[in-house]
Design a protein around this ligand. Structure first.
Ligand code: HSE
Length: 420
């Protein structure tokens, strides 16, 4: 029988999440966990906690043998990595919410977990209050998980909702997301899609055992989306969301990317508004399941940190089952995406790169087309992010290589050019 471990916590960071955790812990005395010290950067700032709790010297926590858990919720990713590694090496378990740090340093962190035998938990780092990492890790068997699609950034979802439902302009909506504590200290991380792709790296690891890197995944944010795109969406009864996707292809590999997408009203993701996040998981027998909850903010994020702390009281560790016990999956770079592209001038669009173009509308100042591109075209070139061009995936964007080959074969046959 495992015994409940008494946890003595050293906390790094007392911002939106850190202070939230402090308050939440005070309201959950049944948990065997107390905060002994909090390390902060700026000692001048007024805090809602006794001054004796605070230090600016990280060694007061890292060198204190009575502290057995380090909770790290700071903004800067390199210092966060140093804290997490030193803590693991000193025999402390670590709970982190630093998605950028985790996504960029996962290989080293996996090695450190193996070497030290310590636990590193990070439920708060993706979808905040929704327990998506532990579910992917524990519940879904590798071979049965067909796909996961999710809204994983609260700020951009908040901005899209405010812009297109409440008619706020982009700047005002972003300001609100910052004031409410949803946005990153550098909000371009949210707006340009970095935060979402960092989270997607973590979800890919627990969903499919794929260890990728933010720089290796295809992604974009919402920076280029315009009012005209929402107007087209409304005409077609579609909403715009920033969606991360991972789908097992017929060849066994996984297609994964984070891009803005038009979603239909019967897609549960269209229901996700403001700072909420959501994930739709499809598996062989359960069919579709939908996870929904707050994806940013003080208490929702603190609740996930609290759950990790609670898990540590019974010595829980991620086993990384899909990575270590199954044959890990591979990412595919050979599939096609059906995209909507809006632009100011035809000269910005390399029309010959499209497999085919299904719709084009050149009548207004803002023009658009719907067409099919190979994923490599998007990975290797950036015309679709420049010159005020906006690219949004269509509701069913993914076309597999084999489908394209079959279509090409059929059209040759129709043209009377037999293939055998
Ligand atoms: N900036 C992040 C977001 C915070 O908006 O989702 C939660 O990770």
């Amino acid at each position: 029988m495992t015994t409940h471990k008494q946890l003595t916590i050293g906390l790094f960071g007392f911002g939106v999440v850190g202070e939230g955790l402090y308050q939440v812990l005070q309201q959950t005395p049944s948990l065997n966990a107390t905060i002994k010290k909090v390390c902060i950067k700026n000692p001048e700032k007024k805090r809602n906690a006794p001054a004796s709790l605070f230090t600016t010297d990280k060694d007061e926590i890292l060198n204190d043998p009575s502290i057995n858990v380090v909770v790290e919720v700071i903004n800067e990713s390199e210092p966060a990595f140093e804290i997490a590694s030193r803590a693991l090496k000193s025999g402390k378990d670590v709970v982190s919410a630093s998605k950028k740090m985790l996504a960029e340093h996962m290989q080293e962190l996996l090695d450190l977990q193996k070497q030290t035998g310590q636990s590193l938990l990070y439920e708060a780092s993706a979808c905040a209050s929704i327990p998506v990492i532990r579910n992917l890790e524990e519940y879904y068997d590798n071979d049965l998980l067909h796909s996961i699609k999710g809204i994983v950034n609260g700020s951009t979802n908040y901005i899209l909702t405010k812009m297109f439902e409440d008619k706020l302009d982009f700047k005002e909506a972003l300001l609100q997301a910052q004031q409410l504590g949803f946005a990153e200290a550098d909000p371009t991380l949210d707006v340009d899609g970095w935060d979402a792709v960092n989270k997607w790296v973590l979800l890919l690891l627990h969903a499919y055992g794929i260890l990728s890197h933010p720089k290796r995944l295809l992604f974009n944010g919402i920076q280029n989306i315009q009012g005209a795109d929402a107007v087209v969406g409304r005409e077609k009864n579609l909403e715009i969301r920033l969606v991360g996707q991972a789908k097992k292809l017929q060849n066994g590999k996984v297609a994964a990317f984070v891009l803005p997408q038009f979603v239909k009203h019967d897609n549960p993701l269209s229901f996700v508004k403001n700072e909420y996040n959501g994930a739709v998981v499809e598996s062989s027998f359960a069919d579709k399941q939908f996870f929904y909850g707050k994806g940013a903010g003080s208490f929702p994020t603190a609740s996930a940190v609290l759950s990790d702390i609670s898990a540590l009281t019974y010595q829980y560790k991620y086993e990384y089952k899909k990575l270590y016990y199954h044959k890990p999956n591979e990412l595919s770079n050979d599939y096609y995406l059906k995209v909507y592209v809006s632009f100011d001038d035809w000269s910005f669009i390399p029309r010959d790169k499209f497999e085919w173009i299904e719709e084009w509308h050149a009548e207004n100042d803002r023009k658009y087309l719907v067409g099919v591109l190979h994923v490599q075209e998007l990975m290797q070139n950036d015309w679709w992010k420049k010159n005020n061009t906006s690219l949004i995936l269509t509701p069913e964007p993914l076309i597999e290589d084999v489908e394209i080959r079959n279509l090409k074969k059929k059209s040759l046959e129709l043209a009377g050019i037999g293939t055998n």
